[in-house]
Design a binder for this molecule. Structure first.
Ligand code: Q46
Ligand code: ZN
Length: 273
């Protein structure tokens, strides 16, 4: 669509506000920041609308890349006057994602899910907001369908209520806008973010395919995500009984949670809990 900046910003806000106005509390909002465009734009969006937010960043210990992200986030949140909480995985838990050779992204996912729930909750958060966007969800949906992981599609919604007293509800305000829209928004608003990709990231190619389709089928991505949202509750439910980890007390479906298992495996002997 050829829109002037004002019309673009109106359309962008209309789509984001569909989620924010429906699900976002006014206080106790923690925003997970990686340093990339999505999370930095999300923080800016909420800050501009005077939501009371706390920024949260995890230094994952992926070489200098993690230190560069941390510095940029520190500078950015200081400029906006937003409180920032940082967890340094290596210093606080004795291991880092840079140490993990086998499937580091899967371990990283475990670490982020765990800390992004535990740290905000222990500090009074009511909800966790992440910068996941429409294109991310379309990619998850496509992969879930191809891998026959149908039940995982139940979670591809803009708001996930808490399933356990120790789990925070999650909100994805950018559910109805994608990479390209957020890039334009960030450019218009002069938002600082890093274009550097994590050195461990793998190229999937799915997003490029969605954009190719959209060249021929206008509004393809938006129509698809609306359908994913509508369909989510029709997918089979995974019945997992959550209990508390015997080591850390956080919710898990096993005796020992995935985070404590990782920590036990990768923490050096002298730093073990
Ligand atoms: S999972 Fe993998 Fe990302 Fe973690 S190790 Fe980097 S690429 S940051 S979203
Ligand atoms: Zn645990």
């Amino acid at each position: 669509m050829n829109l002037c900046n004002d019309c673009f910003l109106r359309l962008f806000s209309r789509r984001v506000d569909k989620i924010v106005k429906r699900y976002m509390p006014k206080q106790g909002i923690w925003v997970a920041l990686s340093g990339g465009k999505d999370s930095m734009a999300l923080l800016h969006y909420l800050w501009e609308r005077e939501y009371e937010v706390t920024a949260y960043h995890i230094n994952l210990g992926i070489g200098d890349y993690s230190n560069r992200m941390e510095k940029m986030i520190r500078d950015y949140t200081t400029n906006l006057g937003i409180e920032l909480v940082i967890t340094n995985l290596r210093k606080e838990y004795g291991f880092s994602i840079g140490d993990i050779r086998k499937k580091p992204c899967s371990a990283c996912g475990t670490v982020k899910r765990y800390l992004m729930n535990k740290v905000p909750r222990e500090n009074g958060a009511q909800i966790l907001a992440t910068g996941h966007n429409m294109d991310d969800f379309l990619e998850f949906f496509t992969k879930n369908m191809l891998g026959k992981n149908y039940s995982w599609n139940r979670k591809l919604v803009p708001y996930l209520p808490a399933e356990h007293p120790k789990l925070l509800p999650k909100i994805r305000p950018f559910y109805l806008v994608g990479d390209r829209e957020i890039e334009i928004y960030a450019r218009i608003k002069n938002i600082v973010y890093s274009e550097e990709k994590c050195p461990l990231a793998k190229f999937s190619g799915w997003k490029e395919i969605f954009y190719e389709i959209e060249k021929k089928k206008k509004d393809f991505r938006y129509q698809m995500i609306r359908s994913v949202w509508d369909m989510s509750s029709f997918f089979p439910e995974e019945r997992v009984k959550l209990r508390e980890c015997k080591i850390c007390g956080e919710p898990t479906s096993r005796d020992i949670c995935a985070f404590c298992t990782l920590r036990e495996k990768y923490t050096k002997d002298d730093q073990k809990f």
